[in-house]
Design a protein around this ligand. Structure first.
Ligand SMILES: Nc1ncnc2c1ncn2[C@@H]1O[C@H](COP(=O)(O)OP(=O)(O)OP(=O)(O)O)[C@@H](O)[C@H]1O
Ligand SMILES: [Mg+2]
Length: 469
């Protein structure tokens, strides 16, 4: 009802406005005596009424248009309004529908961009010019911690080099590249690429920061450098002794057969040491080269372990050490290379003899497990065999355990060298076990002894014994 009255009021307003020219004409006609005043008033009222009748549907249509909240698919009442307004309304509707479609498409594109950025494996952070983070993808949160959005960059990454780069981009530079380190306990090296985006980015960021975690590469580089330094040092020491001994034999000890003999024995010992070192380095590099290829052959544990034990029998006897082999399943087989596995167990048994107490027992035992999982996350592919080499020796302090398999790492350097060790044995063991998709665990209690356990995936069928050498 109020609607109708409002529409009528608008129509009257418009009609009064439109009837002004006819009123002026009537006044002129009356003034020049062409029309009687009453006739003029009646004529004007007639014009007014006719205009009002004609204007009413137009006002109704315009009111309807202006009151509409949404664009209808088809509005029958629109067909009744004067054709020009109807066409204008239809064009307006069409335009609105197209705009809405475009908006939907833009929305979909924005969502797709966000999803792609979200799932990118490259850590990405977007931030505004005051360094407030507006977006961080999953990969960035994995490196920098969760809930980054809303925080300021300096609160998340305390790396002066990176913050300097951010300032440079904020003050107008297009992009910046920077390398920086984070973390104290477990340091990580990151490369950051910062790019100014402008204000049009879908996630509202004005600066994009792409990160590249190069920690592994950095660590490998450092390891390689350390390795070269260590290897050179290991070779230089016996080499220097060798050169000194040769000079003595050729010089002062030339006419002293006893001293010559002593120096020649020393030379032999150091030459053998260099030979062992080179052999171990070659073994290590060979294993590293083929580490990604799993061995195709199958061997029985019995043959591998018996051969390893008998190869070290003389060494054990020299220290009055008894080696006991406990093999409940005689036919237990594993996928593996007989020579490489032989090297693994010879190394472990050799260590047990060398570092265990003299006149003690070294127990080599194997057991089958349905499925194996180790503390460092290794999981067997099915049934597995766990082979443990246990000694009764001084044991190893816990702080050394994680580093034992590093190249040249020794708990007691002097003792290892004196026993002829290169410090590469356990590194070789680790790489061979890794090539066999197995695991190595070390348990030790200072004063009570150590247990080195090798986990190997069991072979499905009965294995052929390894060829006897
Ligand atoms: N059973 C063990 N008991 C105590 N310490 C051990 C034992 N096995 C290894 N270690 C320690 O770990 C270090 C590294 O062992 P690894 O076998 O790699 O080198 P190595 O025995 O010194 O040299 P190589 O094996 O080349 O003869 C040893 O120097 C020793 O200090
Ligand atoms: Mg060793």
């Amino acid at each position: 009802m109020t609607n109708l009255r409002a529409r009528l009021a608008t129509a009257i307003e418009v009609t009064v406005f439109l009837a002004i020219p006819s009123a002026a004409a009537m006044v002129i006609f009356v003034a020049i005596g062409a029309m009687a005043p009453l006739a003029a008033v009646l004529a004007w009222l007639g014009v007014f009424a006719a205009t009002l009748v004609l204007i009413l549907p137009v006002v109704a249509a315009l009111t309807m248009l202006s009151n509409r909240q949404s664009v209808p698919e088809d509005q029958p009442s629109m067909r009744l309004v004067p054709s020009v307004i109807g066409r204008v309304a239809a064009a307006f509707d069409q335009m609105t529908r197209e705009l809405r479609q475009r908006e939907d498409q833009l929305d979909a594109a924005r969502r797709a961009t966000r999803t792609i950025l979200e799932s990118l494996p490259v850590p990405l952070v977007l931030m505004s010019s005051d360094q407030t983070i507006s977006f961080a993808n999953q990969a960035a949160e994995t490196i920098l911690g969760e809930t980054l959005v809303g925080k300021k960059l300096p609160a998340v990454l305390r790396a002066p080099a990176l913050l300097r780069a951010a300032e440079i981009v904020i003050s107008g530079a297009e992009s910046q590249e920077v390398t920086f380190d984070i973390g104290v306990e477990t340091p990580r090296r990151l490369e950051g690429y910062m790019q100014a985006l402008g204000d049009t980015h879908p996630t509202q960021g004005t600066i994009a920061l792409l990160l590249h975690d190069v920690t592994e590469l950095w660590r490998t580089e450092r390891l390689r450098a350390d390795f070269v330094a260590n290897a050179s040092h290991e070779i230089r020491t016996p080499l220097a002794t060798l050169v000194g001994a040769v000079e003595t034999v050729l010089g002062p000890a030339r006419d002293d057969p006893e001293a010559r003999q002593r120096f020649l024995l020393m030379m032999q010992e150091h030459a053998e040491r260099i030979e062992r070192l080179v052999d171990d380095l070659l073994s290590l590099s060979r294993i590293e080269r083929i580490e990604h290829e799993t061995p195709g052959s199958t061997v029985t544990l019995r043959s591998v372990l018996e051969q390893a034990c008998s190869a070290l029998e003389w060494k054990a006897r020299a220290r009055s050490v008894r080696i006991t082999l406990k093999l409940p399943d005689e036919s237990a087989g594993v996928h593996g290379d007989a020579d490489e596995l032989g090297q693994v167990f010879q190394n472990l048994i050799d260590n047990a003899i060398k570092y265990g107490d003299p006149d003690s027992e070294v127990v080599v035992s194997a057991r089958t497990i349905e499925s194996g999982v180790t503390a460092d996350g290794w999981k067997s592919q099915g049934p597995a065999h766990a082979i443990t080499v246990a000694d009764h020796g001084p044991g190893i302090a816990p702080e050394h355990l994680p580093r034992l398999t590093e190249r040249f790492y020794r708990v007691d350097k002097a003792r290892s060298r004196q026993l002829g060790g290169t410090g590469l044995g356990l590194a070789i063991v680790k790489h061979i076990v890794s090539r066999h998709r197995g695991a190595l665990t070390i348990e030790s209690e200072p004063g009570r002894g150590s247990e080195f356990t090798v986990y190997l995936n069991a072979a499905a069928k009965k294995a052929e014994p390894a060829p006897v050498k």
